[in-house]
Unconditional design. Structure first.
Lengths: 113, 113
């Protein structure tokens, strides 16, 4: 049982490039989330999904896209990378409802130069 | 606007000593409050989850308290160990927000010999 896995661990992008951050979970959770964590700031929700085929915007969705074709996978797409997207990205998953614990992946550190 | 504020921002204590971290929130309507531990370079890990009807919840040497009237919570760490060195994040969930969370910026704790 690997929990929540993320790839890659680190990535450096040039301005204008695109990339996909991968996230997978093996706990059969319906809910999945993408957060970004900037230095000295609390985690901010980018996008979330309540099940396969259903996604919704969080607090800071601009510049990102997501898809959820399976229960297990929730990739985050960055189009036209900008320096403001330099951050640590965390994927998380949880059971259904407001009570369930969110399990976080190890994070992807992204630098855009 | 929903906010979560934590104090102190950072703290250094000697191994074996106790410490208390503070959290004030303005999230409304309140659903539950969580404390997470985040080791450097890792994703957050849940320590406790409390509803408005719970005053205290323990997890080993970690004890969280909640005063829903004053919208304050604290995390008490007993007999600190070097492995307690981490960022401790207070997180609040609001009713009707699904499982969306508002994160504090964390208290950076360092335990020294």
């Amino acid at each position: 049982n690997a929990g929540v896995t993320q790839t890659p661990k680190f990535r450096i992008l040039k301005i204008g490039q695109s990339m996909t951050l991968q996230c997978a979970q093996d706990m059969n959770h319906n809910y999945m989330y993408w957060y970004r964590q900037d230095p000295g700031m609390g985690l901010k929700l980018i996008y979330y999904s309540v099940g396969a085929g259903i996604t919704d915007k969080g607090e800071v969705p601009n510049g990102y896209n997501v898809s959820r074709s399976t229960t297990e996978d929730f990739p985050l797409r960055l189009e036209l990378a900008a320096p403001s997207q330099t951050s640590v990205y965390f994927c998380a998953s949880s059971g259904t409802g407001g009570w369930y614990e969110q399990y976080f992946g190890p994070g992807t550190r992204l630098t855009v130069t | 606007k929903n906010q979560v504020e934590q104090s102190p921002q950072s703290l250094i204590i000697l191994e074996g000593k106790n410490c208390t971290l503070q959290c004030n929130y303005t999230v409304s309507p309140f659903s539950n409050l969580r404390w997470y531990k985040q080791d450097t370079g890792r994703g957050p890990v849940s320590l406790t989850i409390m509803t408005f009807s719970e005053n205290t919840k323990s997890n080993g040497r970690y004890t969280a308290t909640l005063d829903a009237d004053t919208k304050q919570s604290s995390l008490h760490i007993t007999a600190s160990q070097l492995s307690d060195s981490a960022s401790y994040i207070c997180v609040v969930s609001f009713t009707g927000g699904g499982n969306k969370l508002t994160f504090g910026t964390g208290t950076q704790l360092k335990v020294e010999l």
